[in-house]
Design a protein around this ligand. Structure first.
Ligand code: HEM
Length: 524
C-alpha cells in the first residue's frame, strides 16, 4: 500500500498519492475530459485509496468497493456530507435555500426532503407508475418509426415525459424540463463552468463576473418555473381540473408534512422531475450502443421477449421471466457507467482509516469506473459479457434468476445514507423501454447510402459531465416485421386516443362540479 517512488514522500499517516504542487495541488495534469480515466490511472499507481488536492481542496479517491463500504456505509455517520459546488448559489443549502436535494449538505432540509422523495417515489413504484411508463414507451416506439434519426431527442423526451407526468401530470412540459435539467447538470459539473475548477474566479464581484451573472439568470428561471408549476397545480385543483400527481398529493397533504411551504415543495418536486431524466437516458443510450455492437445479445433478448410476451409489449410483471434482458441492461450499466466518477461525499470529522489520517472536510470520491473494471469481480472487464450475470462460474453470478440480475444496489447508485433514491424507477423504466425495443426493432448500424458502408458507432466518445451520455451518433431501428410496424402504430393511436378521452372525461366531471357549486352559491 505504501508507495516507493521518490515523488511521494510520506508523513507518517499520510495516504499515498501523486506529487502535489504548493497551492494548486494536482490540477495541471488532471484533464477535465474523461477525468475518471486519469483517476483510474492514478489508482493503478497509488492503490485503492489515495489522496490528491485541487486548489486547497483535499480529495481521497477510492477504487475498491470494500473500502467504499467501510467508509461510506459503515462510517456513514461522518461520511455523508456533500462538498460545496462553487458555481451554484448555496448548493449545500447551508443558508436555507432548500433547492437541490442531491447536492445538499447533511442538514435538516436534506433529511426531510430525502424522506419526502423516498415516500413519493415508492408510492409511484408500488402503483406501477399508474401505467404511464407503458404509455410513454408506446409513444417512443411510434416516434422511432416516424423519425428514427431523431432517436436521441425522443429517447430523452420519453424519460422526461415520465418524470413530468409523475410530478405535474403534464407531458407537454417535457422539453422545457429536459433543458432545465441540462442547465443544472452543466452548472454543477467540473466539466461545466471554469469556476468549478478555478474556484477563486467565482469570487470576483458580480458586475465583472460573467459566471455569476449567468448563474443568477439560470437559477431564477428554474426557480420561477418550479413555482409556476406548483401554483398552476393549485389553481387547477381549485377548479377540480387537476388529475393525481405528486404536486397535487403534496397540496392535499401539506399540513401533515415537514416541508416548510410552497418554495421548498416546488423545489423538492421540481428537483425530482429533473433528476430522473439524464440518469435514465444514460443507460438507455448505452443499451442502444451495446446492442448495435453485440447483435448476438440483441437476438437473445428478442428471442426471450418473444417467448415471454408474444404479440404484446413486456410489462413489469414479466420481470421474473426476462433474465437475459436484465443481464444485458445490467451489463450495459457496468460496461458504460453513466456516473463514472461517482458522486463525492464530504467527511464531517477528523478520522483514521487503516492508520491513515482523513481530515475533516476531505472529499471522498467513490470511483465507479474503477469499481466496475475490477478484474477479480468482473473478469474480462473491458468487454461486454452479459453471461457474467447468467452463468454459474462467474464471480457475479447469483440465483435465483427470477430475481437476479438486478441493478438495485449496484455501486453506480452510490453509498450509505446518500444512496440513490431512484433505483426502482430506473430498473422499471429500463425493463419496459429496453424490452419494448427488443420486441419492436432490430438495433443496427446504419449504412451510408453514398458509400454502402456501415457507419461506426463509437464506444468511447461521451461528454464529461457528472452524468455522461455518448456523443451524438447514428444508428438504424429496423422494424422486426410489417405486423409489428402496424401494431406499434395501432398501440400508440389507441393509447393516445384513450388518454385524450380520459383527460376530457375528467374535465367534464370538473365542469359539472363547478356548475353545481355555482348554482349552490347563487342559491345561498
Ligand atoms: C442509472 C440511473 C441512476 C444512477 C446511475 C444514479 C446515481 C446516483 C448517485 C451516484 C447518487 C449519489 C449517491 C451517493 O452520494 O453516494 C444518486 C443520488 C440520488 N439519486 Fe440517483 N441515479 C440514477 C437514477 C435516479 C432516478 C431515476 C432518480 C429519481 C427519479 C434519482 C434520484 C436520486 C436522488 C434524489 C439522489 C440524492 C440522494 C441524496 O443525496 O440523499 N436517481 N443517484
Amino acid at each position: 500500500r505504501r508507495p516507493t517512488t521518490k515523488e511521494t514522500p510520506l508523513a507518517d499517516h499520510e495516504l499515498p498519492g501523486p506529487a502535489l504542487v504548493p497551492f494548486i495541488g494536482r490540477i495541471h495534469d488532471l484533464p477535465i475530459d474523461y477525468m475518471w480515466l486519469k483517476f483510474k490511472q492514478w489508482a493503478d499507481t497509488y492503490g485503492p485509496i489515495y489522496r490528491t488536492e485541487m486548489l486547497g481542496a483535499k480529495f481521497i479517491i477510492i477504487s475498491d468497493e470494500k473500502i467504499a463500504e467501510e467508509l461510506l456505509v459503515k462510517r456513514a455517520k461522518i461520511y455523508s456530507d456533500r462538498p460545496v459546488i462553487r458555481s451554484l448559489f448555496d448548493s449545500k443549502s447551508t443558508h436555507g435555500s432548500m433547492e437541490y436535494l442531491p447536492l445538499m449538505g447533511k442538514n435538516q432540509y436534506w433529511a426531510r426532503q430525502r424522506k419526502f422523495t423516498h415516500a413519493y417515489l415508492t408510492e409511484a413504484t408500488n402503483a406501477q407508475y399508474h401505467g404511464l411508463m407503458y404509455h410513454e414507451v408506446k409513444r417512443w416506439l411510434w416516434r422511432l418509426l416516424q423519425n428514427p434519426d431523431d432517436f436521441a431527442f425522443s429517447l430523452e423526451d420519453m424519460a422526461s415525459k415520465v418524470m413530468v407526468t409523475l410530478t405535474w401530470d403534464d407531458p407537454t412540459l417535457s422539453e422545457y424540463c429536459t433543458k432545465s435539467a441540462w442547465g443544472l447538470l452543466t452548472q454543477m459539473s467540473p466539466a461545466g463552468p471554469i469556476t468549478n475548477v478555478l474556484t477563486p474566479l467565482w469570487h470576483l464581484p458580480e458586475f465583472m463576473n460573467p459566471w455569476k451573472i449567468a448563474e443568477h439568470k439560470r437559477h431564477d428561471e428554474q426557480q420561477h418555473w418550479w413555482m409556476e408549476r406548483l401554483i398552476t397545480t393549485r389553481q387547477k385543483m381549485a377548479r377540480h381540473e387537476q388529475r393525481p400527481c405528486f404536486t397535487r398529493t403534496f397540496l392535499e397533504n401539506s399540513k401533515s408534512t415537514r416541508i416548510s411551504g410552497d418554495y421548498e415543495a416546488s423545489s423538492v418536486i421540481g428537483m425530482m422531475a429533473l433528476v430522473g431524466i439524464f440518469t435514465v437516458a444514460g443507460p438507455l443510450y448505452y443499451f442502444l450502443v451495446s446492442m448495435v455492437h453485440h447483435p448476438d445479445w440483441m437476438k437473445k433478448c428478442q428471442e426471450e421477449v418473444d417467448l415471454v410476451c408474444g404479440d404484446r409489449l413486456p410489462v413489469l410483471d414479466d420481470y421474473p421471466n426476462l433474465p437475459i434482458l436484465r443481464a444485458c441492461i445490467k451489463e450495459t450499466m457496468r460496461w458504460k457507467p453513466n456516473v463514472p466518477t461517482g458522486v463525492a461525499h464530504e467527511v464531517e470529522a477528523d478520522d483514521f482509516y487503516r492508520g491513515y489520517f482523513i481530515q475533516k472536510g476531505t472529499r471522498i470520491l467513490p470511483l465507479d469506473w474503477a469499481f466496475l473494471r475490477n478484474p477479480t469481480k468482473y473478469p474480462d472487464p473491458e468487454n461486454y459479457r452479459p453471461e457474467r450475470w447468467l452463468e454459474s462460474g462467474w464471480p457475479t453470478y447469483q440465483e435465483p434468476l427470477t430475481v437476479h440480475p438486478t441493478i438495485k444496489g449496484m455501486s453506480s447508485f452510490g453509498w450509505g445514507q446518500r444512496q440513490c433514491l431512484g433505483m426502482s424507477l430506473t430498473q422499471d423504466e429500463l425493463l419496459v423501454a429496453c424490452g419494448a425495443l427488443a420486441w419492436a426493432f432490430t438495433l443496427k448500424k446504419k449504412v451510408d447510402p453514398k458509400t454502402g458502408l456501415e457507419i461506426d458507432v463509437p464506444l468511447d466518445k461521451s461528454n464529461s459531465l457528472l452524468i455522461v451520455k455518448p456523443d451524438p451518433f447514428q444508428m438504424a431501428f429496423e422494424p422486426r416485421s410489417e405486423a409489428k410496424t402496424q401494431r406499434i402504430i395501432e398501440m400508440w393511436e389507441e393509447a393516445d386516443s384513450q388518454d385524450q378521452k380520459d383527460r376530457e372525461a375528467f374535465l367534464q366531471v370538473a365542469k359539472m362540479i363547478n356548475k353545481e357549486k355555482e348554482i349552490r352559491e347563487l342559491e345561498r
